[in-house]
Design a protein around this ligand. Structure first.
Ligand SMILES: Cc1cc2nc3c(=O)[nH]c(=O)nc-3n(C[C@H](O)[C@H](O)[C@H](O)COP(=O)(O)OP(=O)(O)OC[C@H]3O[C@@H](n4cnc5c(N)ncnc54)[C@H](O)[C@@H]3O)c2cc1C
Length: 645
């Protein structure tokens, strides 16, 4: 049986320490569950334990050896990870997805063997997914889909299974279904399981070993009966509570105490056989005394029960940050900087951004800007209800986009897609403000008429915005997303040769990606911009050669097409030539957007910009150069002559 330990582990993003000198022995053959408040470092810890994140200090030891000294494929034979909210390629069936778990066991040219087939069949049987084998994953219910993902991790046949919030977004019945499958696997096959979970009561029920994290350190660890105490809950979650025996499982059950006044708490608890303290408080006299002594606490208890009910009820309102993956962030323009004749950088900041991000490098993270009509603020009621603190229910949010779209644009304004060029937490060495801030680089397209730029609502906003102007944007909720977030498309898999190609609208994404690439990556970045003066500085530690192509009077995209042809020869690097035309997409009618998670191939291309140009590059790369489409992201960022919504 494999062993897993963290030894003096320090984990940091952008020099901000998330986990601080943490040491932990994962008990072999048991279910360990890590709990803690949002942002305490639990998902970060899991990423490091699974070799996805390199420590800033200390080590993760797999079978006694530094996990980073082992090749990824070797680690994958011992340790399986199910990340938070994984996304499956469109149209993939359950069986195909589960079969991908066999990848670490396959050699370079090896085909799917009888052994692989048997492992997939076993994984499906154990997770009860055999009947779902031929169904497309995107047609399954949340619980079924999660079981399929677990089956994929199981097909890997590892001794260790790590699961990051496997129950997020599932209703209570499906949460139990998933945790039951995992604990049964642990009992029947003896695999060691580590789970990050936000639900303390479920964690107490299913854990053999519970780890409570606070501020990146272990606050308490041990059997749930030792760890789940009122003191620990207060210290770790900042929440007063009562802890009583769970009437179903006998494990500790936490009843949170809220702040609002709710009457008859004690009698409600008593009616349910639940008593405070050691002695049953079931006599009117004792109840009256209790009320007198501690009325504030008592009043709060039923509120806690109400809250628990609220969490299970899609119609009850709670802060958006607790249940929405995409939030609206109210920001203020802090700086407007002319980078070149065609590029304007707006830096925006605000307290809402404390909930922004994926806890990782933004890469090509897209966000939506809500541009007010020039005459004033847009009618953003629909959007305002997505702000982190807004009290809203999941049911209320269904269909918000359609409702927003139906409002007259002259009132609601416009929504446009842009890239996070950079994000800096408060405290970052380059952020002198008290709140997080982010940079957005606007391409200023259009014509100047009477001294005023006329392009589209976004470019005009980028041009006219001044410090102090408000800007509402939509982006990821840090508490509920990680770097598997759907708004990031740069997914090179194991590729070490990379081509990044795009026009000026893709320049912010390409520059941000370049900043994140490690030294072992080689390839080309090709960026077509209007003028020589638009060549912006880029920094990269990678071996990628960066070429800025200046368009001048040439046709839009023509230089980019030629440059891609010259760096991706026919047939493309290490690929099978197909000679197949990709199916035609009318870029005037639909969006050209083909992306996916690249696999093990050594080559990956990321292409973005004007849709007509991207379409031509797609034809060249897929048909002529024969590149596997899983190894390419094609993204029509905008279409000549067409407005976004
Ligand atoms: C994922 C993603 C990330 C993006 N990131 C960025 C970014 O970081 N920076 C950035 O500047 N853009 C970016 N874009 C492109 C941007 O969303 C579009 O250019 C958008 O149409 C601009 O909105 P607008 O209101 O200015 O123009 P619209 O109202 O949408 O269009 C008005 C007219 O302008 C034309 N037009 C639009 N964009 C351009 C252009 N760049 N050059 C010439 N004509 C144009 C349209 O064809 C239309 O005729 C991104 C797009 C996507 C999908």
């Amino acid at each position: 049986m494999a062993t897993l330990q963290a030894s003096g582990l320090t984990l940091a993003y952008d020099k901000v320490t998330i986990v601080d000198e943490l040491s932990l022995d994962i008990p072999t053959g048991q279910v360990s569950i890590v709990v803690g408040a949002n942002g305490c470092g639990k998902s970060t810890l899991l990423r490091a334990l699974s070799r996805l994140l390199k420590p800033a200090g200390g080590q993760v030891l797999l079978d006694g050896a530094d996990i980073h000294s082992k090749p990824a494929k070797e680690v994958a034979k011992t340790l399986g990870l199910l990340p938070q909210s994984p996304t499956a390629p469109d149209g993939i069936t359950s069986r195909e997805l589960i079969s991908r778990g066999r990848y670490p066991h396959q050699g370079l040219f090896k085909r799917f063997s009888a052994q692989d087939e048997a492992a997939v069949a076993r994984a499906m049987e154990l997770t009860g997914t055999t009947d779902l084998a031929d169904r497309p994953v995107d047609e399954l219910s949340g619980g079924q889909r999660q079981r399929v993902w677990i089956a994929m991790a199981l097909a890997q046949e590892t001794d260790l299974l790590l699961l990051d919030e496997p129950t997020t977004f599932l209703d209570v019945a499906h949460q139990l279904e998933v945790l039951d499958v995992v604990s049964e696997l642990n009992r029947t096959r003896g695999i060691t399981v580590v789970i990050v979970l936000h639900d303390l009561n479920l964690a107490a029920r299913y854990a053999d070993y519970l780890v409570a994290l606070k501020g990146g350190k272990i606050y308490a660890a041990g059997h749930p009966t030792e760890v789940v105490t009122e003191k620990t809950v207060k210290a770790v979650f900042g929440m007063p509570s009562r802890v009583i025996p769970d009437p179903v499982a006998g494990t500790p059950l936490v009843l949170p105490i809220g702040r609002q006044r709710v009457l008859r708490t004690e009698s409600v608890l008593a009616a349910n056989g639940i008593f405070r303290g050691d002695a049953p408080v079931n006599e009117p006299q004792a109840l009256a005394e209790g009320l007198e002594q501690d009325s504030a606490v008592i009043e709060e208890e039923v509120q806690a029960i109400t809250r628990t009910v609220a969490e299970a009820d899609p119609n009850l309102a709670r802060p958006a940050r607790e249940h929405l993956q995409t939030l609206a962030f109210q920001t203020t323009v802090l700086r407007s900087q002319e980078l070149s004749p065609s590029f304007r950088r707006l830096t925006v900041g605000g307290a809402d951004l404390e909930d922004f991000g994926t806890n990782s490098h933004p890469l090509d993270m897209r966000i939506k800007l809500l541009l007010p009509p020039e005459a004033g603020f847009g009618a953003n009621g629909e959007i305002a209800s997505l702000r982190p603190d807004a009290l809203t229910s999941p049911a209320e949010q269904l269909g918000w986009y359609q409702r927003w779209l139906a409002i007259d644009p002259a009132q609601r304004g416009y929504m446009r897609t842009y890239t996070v060029r950079a994000f800096r937490e408060a405290g970052h060495r380059d952020n002198l403000g008290a709140t997080p801030e982010l940079d957005i680089d606007f391409v200023l397209h259009g014509k100047v008429v009477d001294g005023k730029l006329q392009g589209g609502p976004a470019t005009e906003f980028g041009d006219r915005a001044r410090p102090g102007d408000p800007l509402l944007l939509l982006g990821p909720n840090k508490a509920l997303t990680d770097d598997s977030y759907g708004g990031i498309e740069f997914r090179p898999g194991a590729a070490t040769r990379i081509v990044l190609a795009g026009d000026e609208t893709a320049a912010p994404a390409i520059c941000a990606i370049l900043e994140s690439l490690p030294a072992n990556i080689t390839g080309h970045a090709l960026i077509e911009v209007p003028e020589t003066t638009d060549i912006l500085g880029t920094t990269t530690r990678s071996g990628i050669s960066v070429q800025w192509l200046t368009r001048g009077s040439a046709e839009h995209g023509s230089l980019l097409r030629d440059a891609v042809r010259s760096v991706v020869a026919i047939p493309g690097a290490g690929v099978v030539q197909t000679n197949a035309d990709p199916e035609d997409i009318d870029v005037d009618e639909s969006i050209l957007w083909e992306t996916g998670q690249a696999q093990s191939a050594p080559f990956y291309a990321w292409i973005a910009g004007e849709a007509g140009t991207v379409k031509e590059l797609r034809r060249y790369l897929v048909r002529d150069a024969g590149i596997d489409r899983k190894q390419v992201a094609f993204m029509g960022y905008w279409r000549r002559g067409k407005q976004e919504n």
